[in-house]
Design a protein around this ligand. Structure first.
Ligand code: FES
Length: 86
């Protein structure tokens, strides 16, 4: 379990271990565009402003990761909180 914070609204959500960030946020009314939902296409790319992502995709370059992006359909968090640029 980790938390995500939506930078634009300040809303904080606790993501359960059995749900992806995109699926869980959609249930909460926060829609993130997705396509493959397997960490392949890059549609769900979001910038993480604070916190450390746990990358589980096969798509992002090392540079994109270094710039703070993560793919929300598969990736999770190593830190307790991720602040998302949404
Ligand atoms: Fe394709 Fe996330 S929806 S990488």
């Amino acid at each position: 379990v980790f938390e995500v914070k939506i930078a634009s609204t300040g809303a904080v959500y606790k993501v359960p271990g059995d749900k992806t960030v995109t699926a869980f946020l959609e249930e909460q009314g926060v829609k993130i565009p997705t396509s493959c939902e397997q960490g392949m296409c890059g549609t769900c790319k979001i910038k993480v402003i604070e916190g450390e992502a746990d990358h589980r995709d096969k798509r992002l370059s090392d540079q994109e990761k270094a710039e703070g992006f993560f793919l929300a359909c598969v990736s999770r968090a190593k830190s307790d909180l991720l602040v998302l640029n949404l």
